[in-house]
Design a protein around this ligand. Structure first.
Ligand code: PGA
Length: 241
């Protein structure tokens, strides 16, 4: 399967800079071996999708609601993301688990709504620094997978150790390999519909470390935050895949 390199712009991007970044990535892409996805803030999805139309670069959302329509002020449904050109949606990112208090059960319902709307969910899991210090990382990730993935899950899983996100810290190759093997085994055991799902690595992926990380067994791509906001850096990661 081709690796997937996904850019998570988080809460960054006004109209002009978003358009410039999307154009820069489109023009610099060339013949990429990887599948490429950009997840801008919701306000920019339609504009970025228009800029990327026909380029082969996909566009995604960063979260969605559990329902389709209704009295949920400020919310956005999977169907609405789809309507403006998204094909993917990131769910259960640690920033939303922490800032919005999203539980595994809530994330599972969002994943189901994404699947129903025809979006590919990218479900994030990963331990905190304290949990790793206690040696609980596999237990934590197993619990998140069990709770956040509906029984009929198909899509993408992203392993993002919380302590590696935006910090410049990256787990060792051995630690990434061990966790990705563990996630693969858990999917095979408990979510056979997702036995072959891509497992992305995320957390301080940069041009300087991408090639090494992306070459590790069971690493099916990357979920890139900070480095996806600089066209040259994101393109370098795409080339490393
Ligand atoms: P980072 O973020 O690349 O800035 O560490 C990754 C993510 O949160 O998806």
């Amino acid at each position: 399967m081709r690796p997937l390199i996904a850019g998570n712009w988080k809460m960054n991007g006004l109209t002009e800079e978003s358009a410039a970044l999307a154009r820069g990535i489109r023009h610099g892409l060339g013949d990429a071996a990887a599948e490429v996805l950009i997840c801008p803030p919701a306000t920019q999805i339609a504009a970025v999708a228009a800029i990327l139309a026909g380029s082969g670069i996909a566009v995604g959302g960063q979260h969605c609601h559990t329902g389709k329509f209704g009295p949920h002020t400020g919310e956005i449904s999977a169907l609405m993301l789809r309507d403006v050109g998204a094909t993917h949606v990131i769910l259960g990112h640690s920033e939303r688990r922490a800032d919005q208090g999203e539980s595994n059960a809530l994330i599972a319902r969002k994943v189901s709504s994404a699947l129903e709307a025809g979006l590919v969910p990218i479900v994030c899991v990963g331990e905190t620094a304290e949990e790793r210090d206690l040696g609980q990382q596999q237990q934590v990730v197993a619990h998140q997978l069990e709770g956040s993935l509906p029984q009929d899950f198909v899509g993408v899983v992203a392993y993002e150790p919380v302590w590696a996100i935006g910090t410049g810290k990256v787990p060792t190759a051995a630690d990434i390999t061990a966790m990705h093997a563990f996630i693969r085994a858990e999917l095979k055991r408990a979510r056979p519909t997702a036995a072959d799902a891509r497992i992305l690595y995320g957390g301080s992926m940069k041009p300087g470390n991408a090639a090494e990380i992306l070459a590790l067994p069971e690493v099916g791509g990357g979920l890139v935050g900070g480095a996806s906001l600089v066209a040259e850096d994101f393109l370098a990661i795409i080339r490393a895949a």
